[in-house]
Design a protein around this ligand. Structure first.
Ligand SMILES: [Fe+2]
Ligand SMILES: [Fe+2]
Length: 428
Protein backbone atom coordinates (compact mmCIF):
# COMPACT_ATOMS: atom_id res chain seq x y z
CA UNK A 1 0.00 0.00 0.00
CA UNK A 2 1.26 3.47 -0.91
CA UNK A 3 0.72 6.23 1.61
CA UNK A 4 1.25 9.97 1.26
CA UNK A 5 1.57 12.03 4.45
CA UNK A 6 1.21 15.79 4.08
CA UNK A 7 1.89 17.95 7.12
CA UNK A 8 3.98 21.09 7.49
CA UNK A 9 4.60 20.47 11.21
CA UNK A 10 7.72 18.40 11.74
CA UNK A 11 6.70 16.64 14.92
CA UNK A 12 3.27 15.50 13.86
CA UNK A 13 4.53 14.46 10.44
CA UNK A 14 7.12 12.26 12.11
CA UNK A 15 4.59 10.71 14.48
CA UNK A 16 2.30 9.83 11.60
CA UNK A 17 5.18 8.54 9.54
CA UNK A 18 6.24 6.23 12.38
CA UNK A 19 2.76 4.76 12.70
CA UNK A 20 2.05 4.54 8.99
CA UNK A 21 5.35 2.93 8.06
CA UNK A 22 4.03 -0.19 9.73
CA UNK A 23 1.23 -0.58 7.23
CA UNK A 24 2.67 0.62 3.96
CA UNK A 25 5.25 2.39 1.90
CA UNK A 26 5.19 6.04 2.99
CA UNK A 27 6.15 9.35 1.45
CA UNK A 28 6.03 12.25 3.90
CA UNK A 29 6.16 15.85 2.70
CA UNK A 30 5.76 19.26 4.32
CA UNK A 31 4.57 21.17 1.29
CA UNK A 32 1.05 20.84 -0.08
CA UNK A 33 1.85 21.99 -3.63
CA UNK A 34 4.64 19.47 -3.84
CA UNK A 35 2.26 16.85 -2.47
CA UNK A 36 -0.20 17.59 -5.25
CA UNK A 37 2.55 17.19 -7.80
CA UNK A 38 3.53 13.82 -6.30
CA UNK A 39 -0.08 12.74 -6.27
CA UNK A 40 -0.64 13.63 -9.93
CA UNK A 41 2.60 11.99 -11.02
CA UNK A 42 1.71 8.81 -9.21
CA UNK A 43 -1.62 8.73 -11.01
CA UNK A 44 0.03 9.38 -14.37
CA UNK A 45 2.59 6.62 -13.91
CA UNK A 46 -0.22 4.27 -12.81
CA UNK A 47 1.25 3.80 -9.34
CA UNK A 48 -1.30 5.85 -7.41
CA UNK A 49 -1.38 6.38 -3.66
CA UNK A 50 -3.93 4.32 -1.72
CA UNK A 51 -4.08 6.52 1.33
CA UNK A 52 -3.37 10.21 1.94
CA UNK A 53 -3.30 12.00 5.28
CA UNK A 54 -3.74 15.76 5.06
CA UNK A 55 -3.08 18.35 7.71
CA UNK A 56 -5.97 20.79 7.63
CA UNK A 57 -3.98 23.96 8.09
CA UNK A 58 -0.94 24.41 5.91
CA UNK A 59 0.57 27.41 4.16
CA UNK A 60 0.23 27.90 0.37
CA UNK A 61 -2.60 25.43 -0.11
CA UNK A 62 -4.43 24.20 2.98
CA UNK A 63 -5.64 20.64 3.48
CA UNK A 64 -9.21 21.44 2.43
CA UNK A 65 -8.11 22.93 -0.85
CA UNK A 66 -5.82 20.01 -1.54
CA UNK A 67 -8.61 17.58 -0.68
CA UNK A 68 -11.05 19.24 -3.05
CA UNK A 69 -8.44 19.47 -5.80
CA UNK A 70 -7.74 15.75 -5.56
CA UNK A 71 -11.45 14.91 -5.64
CA UNK A 72 -12.00 17.20 -8.60
CA UNK A 73 -9.19 15.50 -10.51
CA UNK A 74 -10.69 12.11 -9.78
CA UNK A 75 -14.11 13.21 -10.99
CA UNK A 76 -12.61 14.64 -14.15
CA UNK A 77 -10.78 11.38 -14.81
CA UNK A 78 -13.95 9.43 -14.00
CA UNK A 79 -12.12 7.31 -11.44
CA UNK A 80 -14.60 4.70 -10.12
CA UNK A 81 -15.65 5.31 -6.52
CA UNK A 82 -13.90 2.23 -5.15
CA UNK A 83 -10.61 3.24 -6.76
CA UNK A 84 -10.54 6.75 -5.35
CA UNK A 85 -7.79 7.43 -2.87
CA UNK A 86 -8.74 7.24 0.81
CA UNK A 87 -8.14 10.56 2.50
CA UNK A 88 -7.85 11.15 6.24
CA UNK A 89 -7.81 14.73 7.49
CA UNK A 90 -5.63 15.57 10.46
CA UNK A 91 -6.54 18.58 12.55
CA UNK A 92 -5.11 20.20 15.64
CA UNK A 93 -8.13 22.28 16.51
CA UNK A 94 -11.20 20.30 17.40
CA UNK A 95 -13.35 22.38 15.12
CA UNK A 96 -16.63 20.77 14.19
CA UNK A 97 -17.45 22.92 11.19
CA UNK A 98 -14.03 22.33 9.62
CA UNK A 99 -14.59 18.60 9.83
CA UNK A 100 -18.10 18.93 8.46
CA UNK A 101 -16.70 20.92 5.56
CA UNK A 102 -14.04 18.27 4.88
CA UNK A 103 -16.63 15.49 4.93
CA UNK A 104 -18.63 17.45 2.37
CA UNK A 105 -15.52 17.87 0.27
CA UNK A 106 -15.07 14.11 0.27
CA UNK A 107 -12.66 13.01 2.99
CA UNK A 108 -13.05 9.45 4.30
CA UNK A 109 -12.14 10.11 7.91
CA UNK A 110 -10.48 12.49 10.32
CA UNK A 111 -8.21 12.35 13.33
CA UNK A 112 -7.23 15.03 15.79
CA UNK A 113 -3.74 15.86 16.94
CA UNK A 114 -1.95 14.51 18.80
CA UNK A 115 -2.69 11.48 16.69
CA UNK A 116 -3.73 8.59 18.90
CA UNK A 117 -3.71 4.98 17.87
CA UNK A 118 -7.38 4.35 18.56
CA UNK A 119 -8.61 7.05 16.24
CA UNK A 120 -6.22 5.91 13.58
CA UNK A 121 -7.31 2.34 14.09
CA UNK A 122 -10.98 3.25 13.85
CA UNK A 123 -10.39 5.05 10.57
CA UNK A 124 -8.32 2.27 9.04
CA UNK A 125 -10.83 -0.40 10.13
CA UNK A 126 -13.73 1.51 8.68
CA UNK A 127 -11.93 1.86 5.35
CA UNK A 128 -11.16 -1.84 5.37
CA UNK A 129 -7.41 -1.14 5.42
CA UNK A 130 -4.86 -3.17 7.33
CA UNK A 131 -4.08 -2.32 10.91
CA UNK A 132 -0.61 -1.33 11.96
CA UNK A 133 1.02 -4.37 13.63
CA UNK A 134 2.04 -2.01 16.42
CA UNK A 135 -1.60 -1.66 17.30
CA UNK A 136 -2.20 -5.39 17.23
CA UNK A 137 0.54 -6.41 19.60
CA UNK A 138 1.92 -3.28 21.11
CA UNK A 139 1.99 -4.39 24.73
CA UNK A 140 1.38 -7.37 26.93
CA UNK A 141 -1.75 -5.78 28.30
CA UNK A 142 -4.66 -6.67 26.14
CA UNK A 143 -6.66 -3.45 26.15
CA UNK A 144 -5.60 -2.08 22.81
CA UNK A 145 -5.95 -5.46 21.18
CA UNK A 146 -9.43 -5.87 22.59
CA UNK A 147 -10.59 -2.44 21.45
CA UNK A 148 -9.08 -3.16 18.05
CA UNK A 149 -10.97 -6.41 17.81
CA UNK A 150 -14.29 -4.86 18.77
CA UNK A 151 -14.05 -2.11 16.22
CA UNK A 152 -13.10 -4.55 13.52
CA UNK A 153 -16.02 -6.78 14.43
CA UNK A 154 -18.39 -3.85 14.48
CA UNK A 155 -17.51 -2.82 10.95
CA UNK A 156 -17.84 -6.40 9.81
CA UNK A 157 -21.36 -6.42 11.24
CA UNK A 158 -20.45 -9.01 13.87
CA UNK A 159 -21.52 -6.99 16.89
CA UNK A 160 -25.15 -7.26 17.80
CA UNK A 161 -26.73 -3.85 18.13
CA UNK A 162 -29.56 -3.16 20.49
CA UNK A 163 -32.93 -3.62 18.86
CA UNK A 164 -35.53 -1.19 20.09
CA UNK A 165 -38.85 -2.90 20.84
CA UNK A 166 -41.70 -2.54 18.35
CA UNK A 167 -43.56 -0.19 20.63
CA UNK A 168 -41.01 2.58 19.98
CA UNK A 169 -41.60 2.42 16.24
CA UNK A 170 -45.39 2.16 16.68
CA UNK A 171 -45.53 5.25 18.89
CA UNK A 172 -43.35 7.13 16.42
CA UNK A 173 -45.61 6.22 13.50
CA UNK A 174 -48.68 7.26 15.44
CA UNK A 175 -47.22 10.66 16.26
CA UNK A 176 -46.15 11.23 12.69
CA UNK A 177 -49.67 10.45 11.46
CA UNK A 178 -52.67 12.72 11.37
CA UNK A 179 -54.31 13.85 14.59
CA UNK A 180 -52.74 11.37 16.98
CA UNK A 181 -54.70 11.05 20.21
CA UNK A 182 -53.68 10.21 23.75
CA UNK A 183 -56.15 7.29 23.66
CA UNK A 184 -54.44 5.78 20.62
CA UNK A 185 -51.05 6.21 22.21
CA UNK A 186 -52.30 4.56 25.40
CA UNK A 187 -53.51 1.57 23.37
CA UNK A 188 -50.02 1.04 22.01
CA UNK A 189 -48.25 1.49 25.35
CA UNK A 190 -50.67 -0.72 27.33
CA UNK A 191 -49.27 -3.75 25.55
CA UNK A 192 -46.11 -3.33 27.58
CA UNK A 193 -46.67 -3.49 31.34
CA UNK A 194 -43.19 -2.35 32.27
CA UNK A 195 -43.27 0.73 30.07
CA UNK A 196 -46.79 1.52 31.26
CA UNK A 197 -45.88 1.42 34.94
CA UNK A 198 -42.70 3.39 34.38
CA UNK A 199 -44.47 6.10 32.43
CA UNK A 200 -46.92 6.55 35.29
CA UNK A 201 -44.03 6.71 37.77
CA UNK A 202 -42.25 9.28 35.62
CA UNK A 203 -45.40 11.40 35.31
CA UNK A 204 -45.46 11.48 39.13
CA UNK A 205 -41.74 12.12 39.53
CA UNK A 206 -40.36 15.64 40.19
CA UNK A 207 -39.50 15.79 36.52
CA UNK A 208 -43.19 16.28 35.62
CA UNK A 209 -45.12 16.20 38.86
CA UNK A 210 -48.53 17.88 39.00
CA UNK A 211 -50.85 18.66 41.89
CA UNK A 212 -52.44 15.22 42.19
CA UNK A 213 -51.09 11.80 41.46
CA UNK A 214 -51.63 10.53 37.94
CA UNK A 215 -53.12 7.16 38.83
CA UNK A 216 -53.48 5.57 35.41
CA UNK A 217 -51.81 5.57 32.05
CA UNK A 218 -54.20 8.02 30.40
CA UNK A 219 -53.79 10.54 33.20
CA UNK A 220 -50.03 10.04 33.05
CA UNK A 221 -49.89 10.55 29.30
CA UNK A 222 -52.06 13.61 29.56
CA UNK A 223 -49.63 15.14 31.97
CA UNK A 224 -46.56 14.19 29.95
CA UNK A 225 -47.98 15.22 26.58
CA UNK A 226 -47.59 13.29 23.33
CA UNK A 227 -44.11 14.41 22.41
CA UNK A 228 -42.56 13.88 25.82
CA UNK A 229 -44.21 10.47 26.08
CA UNK A 230 -42.58 9.35 22.88
CA UNK A 231 -39.13 10.44 24.08
CA UNK A 232 -39.70 8.84 27.46
CA UNK A 233 -40.60 5.50 25.90
CA UNK A 234 -37.22 5.57 24.12
CA UNK A 235 -35.55 6.59 27.37
CA UNK A 236 -37.12 3.71 29.33
CA UNK A 237 -36.07 1.28 26.64
CA UNK A 238 -32.54 2.73 26.54
CA UNK A 239 -32.23 2.52 30.32
CA UNK A 240 -32.66 -1.22 29.96
CA UNK A 241 -29.47 -1.36 27.92
CA UNK A 242 -27.51 0.00 30.88
CA UNK A 243 -28.02 -3.25 32.79
CA UNK A 244 -25.94 -6.37 33.06
CA UNK A 245 -25.71 -9.57 35.09
CA UNK A 246 -22.07 -8.90 35.68
CA UNK A 247 -21.57 -7.05 38.98
CA UNK A 248 -18.54 -4.94 38.05
CA UNK A 249 -20.15 -4.03 34.80
CA UNK A 250 -23.43 -3.15 36.42
CA UNK A 251 -21.77 -0.60 38.71
CA UNK A 252 -20.01 1.01 35.79
CA UNK A 253 -23.12 1.06 33.62
CA UNK A 254 -25.18 2.53 36.45
CA UNK A 255 -22.68 5.36 36.75
CA UNK A 256 -22.82 5.94 33.02
CA UNK A 257 -26.61 5.90 33.12
CA UNK A 258 -26.72 8.54 35.86
CA UNK A 259 -24.33 10.63 33.78
CA UNK A 260 -26.50 10.24 30.68
CA UNK A 261 -29.67 10.95 32.61
CA UNK A 262 -28.14 14.08 34.13
CA UNK A 263 -27.08 15.23 30.64
CA UNK A 264 -30.61 14.63 29.40
CA UNK A 265 -32.18 16.63 32.25
CA UNK A 266 -29.66 19.46 31.94
CA UNK A 267 -30.05 19.55 28.17
CA UNK A 268 -33.80 19.69 28.38
CA UNK A 269 -33.77 22.43 30.99
CA UNK A 270 -31.32 24.55 29.01
CA UNK A 271 -33.32 24.08 25.82
CA UNK A 272 -36.44 25.22 27.67
CA UNK A 273 -34.56 28.21 29.00
CA UNK A 274 -33.66 29.12 25.43
CA UNK A 275 -37.29 28.72 24.37
CA UNK A 276 -36.49 25.90 21.97
CA UNK A 277 -39.51 23.88 20.81
CA UNK A 278 -37.67 20.55 20.84
CA UNK A 279 -36.58 20.34 24.47
CA UNK A 280 -37.81 16.75 24.65
CA UNK A 281 -35.58 15.58 21.86
CA UNK A 282 -32.64 17.38 23.46
CA UNK A 283 -33.45 15.27 26.53
CA UNK A 284 -33.17 12.11 24.45
CA UNK A 285 -29.94 13.37 22.89
CA UNK A 286 -28.49 13.60 26.39
CA UNK A 287 -29.66 10.06 27.13
CA UNK A 288 -27.93 8.55 24.09
CA UNK A 289 -24.90 10.83 23.66
CA UNK A 290 -22.54 8.28 25.22
CA UNK A 291 -24.14 5.18 23.73
CA UNK A 292 -20.80 4.30 22.14
CA UNK A 293 -19.19 4.15 25.56
CA UNK A 294 -21.93 1.90 26.89
CA UNK A 295 -21.71 -0.56 24.02
CA UNK A 296 -17.91 -0.65 24.08
CA UNK A 297 -17.90 -1.45 27.78
CA UNK A 298 -20.43 -4.22 27.24
CA UNK A 299 -18.65 -5.65 24.22
CA UNK A 300 -15.35 -5.71 26.10
CA UNK A 301 -16.84 -7.74 28.92
CA UNK A 302 -18.52 -10.07 26.45
CA UNK A 303 -15.17 -10.82 24.94
CA UNK A 304 -13.22 -10.82 28.13
CA UNK A 305 -15.39 -11.59 31.19
CA UNK A 306 -12.42 -11.12 33.51
CA UNK A 307 -12.09 -7.44 32.65
CA UNK A 308 -12.36 -5.23 35.76
CA UNK A 309 -11.65 -1.84 34.19
CA UNK A 310 -9.29 -1.11 37.04
CA UNK A 311 -6.66 -0.47 34.46
CA UNK A 312 -7.36 3.18 33.65
CA UNK A 313 -5.80 2.64 30.25
CA UNK A 314 -8.82 0.65 29.11
CA UNK A 315 -11.19 3.47 30.00
CA UNK A 316 -8.92 5.91 28.19
CA UNK A 317 -9.07 3.69 25.12
CA UNK A 318 -12.84 3.63 25.34
CA UNK A 319 -13.08 7.35 25.86
CA UNK A 320 -10.90 8.15 22.89
CA UNK A 321 -13.05 6.26 20.50
CA UNK A 322 -16.57 6.40 21.94
CA UNK A 323 -17.67 9.42 19.92
CA UNK A 324 -17.00 8.12 16.42
CA UNK A 325 -18.10 4.67 17.51
CA UNK A 326 -21.31 6.03 19.07
CA UNK A 327 -22.12 7.95 15.90
CA UNK A 328 -21.69 4.80 13.82
CA UNK A 329 -23.94 2.89 16.22
CA UNK A 330 -26.72 5.49 16.12
CA UNK A 331 -26.49 5.58 12.35
CA UNK A 332 -27.00 1.84 12.19
CA UNK A 333 -29.89 2.15 14.61
CA UNK A 334 -31.37 4.71 12.22
CA UNK A 335 -31.39 7.67 14.55
CA UNK A 336 -31.73 11.04 12.84
CA UNK A 337 -28.78 13.11 11.64
CA UNK A 338 -29.00 15.49 14.61
CA UNK A 339 -28.56 12.66 17.11
CA UNK A 340 -25.63 11.16 15.22
CA UNK A 341 -23.99 14.55 15.10
CA UNK A 342 -24.30 15.01 18.86
CA UNK A 343 -22.79 11.57 19.56
CA UNK A 344 -19.90 12.31 17.23
CA UNK A 345 -18.96 15.81 18.30
CA UNK A 346 -20.04 16.32 21.90
CA UNK A 347 -16.46 16.43 23.18
CA UNK A 348 -15.13 18.85 20.63
CA UNK A 349 -14.43 22.25 21.95
CA UNK A 350 -14.31 24.63 19.07
CA UNK A 351 -17.72 25.54 17.74
CA UNK A 352 -18.72 28.00 15.07
CA UNK A 353 -21.88 29.96 14.56
CA UNK A 354 -23.35 27.36 12.18
CA UNK A 355 -23.16 24.58 14.71
CA UNK A 356 -26.50 23.28 15.93
CA UNK A 357 -27.64 24.64 19.28
CA UNK A 358 -28.48 21.10 20.34
CA UNK A 359 -24.83 20.08 19.99
CA UNK A 360 -23.65 23.03 22.06
CA UNK A 361 -26.26 22.27 24.71
CA UNK A 362 -25.18 18.63 25.09
CA UNK A 363 -21.53 19.69 25.18
CA UNK A 364 -22.39 22.11 27.98
CA UNK A 365 -24.59 19.53 29.74
CA UNK A 366 -21.78 16.98 29.68
CA UNK A 367 -19.50 19.55 31.28
CA UNK A 368 -22.09 20.50 33.90
CA UNK A 369 -22.97 16.88 34.69
CA UNK A 370 -19.36 16.33 35.74
CA UNK A 371 -19.48 19.41 37.91
CA UNK A 372 -22.63 18.43 39.78
CA UNK A 373 -21.42 14.94 40.62
CA UNK A 374 -22.63 12.88 37.68
CA UNK A 375 -19.41 12.52 35.76
CA UNK A 376 -18.39 9.20 34.33
CA UNK A 377 -14.77 9.64 33.51
CA UNK A 378 -13.68 12.70 35.42
CA UNK A 379 -13.57 12.95 39.17
CA UNK A 380 -16.31 14.91 40.87
CA UNK A 381 -15.30 18.52 40.69
CA UNK A 382 -17.41 20.00 43.45
CA UNK A 383 -18.56 23.11 41.71
CA UNK A 384 -20.38 24.51 44.72
CA UNK A 385 -17.44 24.33 47.11
CA UNK A 386 -16.24 27.72 48.36
CA UNK A 387 -13.32 28.86 46.29
CA UNK A 388 -14.34 26.76 43.28
CA UNK A 389 -13.47 28.48 40.04
CA UNK A 390 -16.61 27.15 38.38
CA UNK A 391 -18.02 30.59 37.59
CA UNK A 392 -14.74 31.81 36.20
CA UNK A 393 -14.40 28.71 34.05
CA UNK A 394 -17.90 29.19 32.74
CA UNK A 395 -17.11 32.74 31.76
CA UNK A 396 -14.26 31.43 29.66
CA UNK A 397 -16.47 29.16 27.60
CA UNK A 398 -16.87 31.03 24.34
CA UNK A 399 -19.85 29.13 23.09
CA UNK A 400 -22.00 30.35 25.99
CA UNK A 401 -22.25 33.69 24.24
CA UNK A 402 -23.42 31.85 21.19
CA UNK A 403 -26.18 30.28 23.25
CA UNK A 404 -26.94 33.64 24.82
CA UNK A 405 -26.79 32.16 28.29
CA UNK A 406 -25.61 34.01 31.35
CA UNK A 407 -23.34 32.22 33.78
CA UNK A 408 -25.63 33.10 36.69
CA UNK A 409 -28.51 31.34 34.98
CA UNK A 410 -26.39 28.30 34.28
CA UNK A 411 -25.41 28.04 37.91
CA UNK A 412 -29.05 28.25 38.89
CA UNK A 413 -29.90 25.45 36.44
CA UNK A 414 -27.03 23.32 37.74
CA UNK A 415 -28.37 23.62 41.31
CA UNK A 416 -31.88 22.81 40.24
CA UNK A 417 -30.97 19.78 38.12
CA UNK A 418 -28.62 18.32 40.70
CA UNK A 419 -31.60 17.75 43.00
CA UNK A 420 -33.96 16.77 40.20
CA UNK A 421 -31.68 14.03 38.92
CA UNK A 422 -31.38 12.43 42.33
CA UNK A 423 -35.13 12.52 42.87
CA UNK A 424 -36.22 11.35 39.42
CA UNK A 425 -33.69 8.76 38.36
CA UNK A 426 -35.45 5.93 40.22
CA UNK A 427 -38.58 6.34 38.09
CA UNK A 428 -36.77 5.01 35.03
FE1 LIG B 1 -18.90 11.39 25.81
FE1 LIG C 1 -20.79 12.23 28.39
Amino acid sequence: MKILIVDDENVSRKILLKKMELIGECTAVDDSLYALELFNNAVKTKKPFNLVTLDVSMPKMDGRKLLSTIRKTERKMKTPREDRVKIIMVTSRMNVSTIKECIKLGCNGYISKPVNKYQLLENLSRMGLAQPPEIQKDDKKTHSRIVAKIIKRFYKGQIKLPVLPKIVEEAKLLLEGQEPSIEDLAKIIQKDILITSKLIAIANSPLYRGVDNAVNLNAGLLRLGMEASQGLISTIVTKDLFKSDNKVLNGLLEKLWMHSFACGCLGKRIAQQLGMPNAESVFLMGIVHDIGKMLLIKAIVDMNPEETFEDGEMLVAIHEIHTTFGAAVLKKMRFSKEFIHVAEFHHWNDFSKDDAKELLIIHLSDYLANKIGFGFFDAYQNYDKPGSDFKKNLENLNFLKQLNLETGKIMEIADEIKILVKDSAHAF
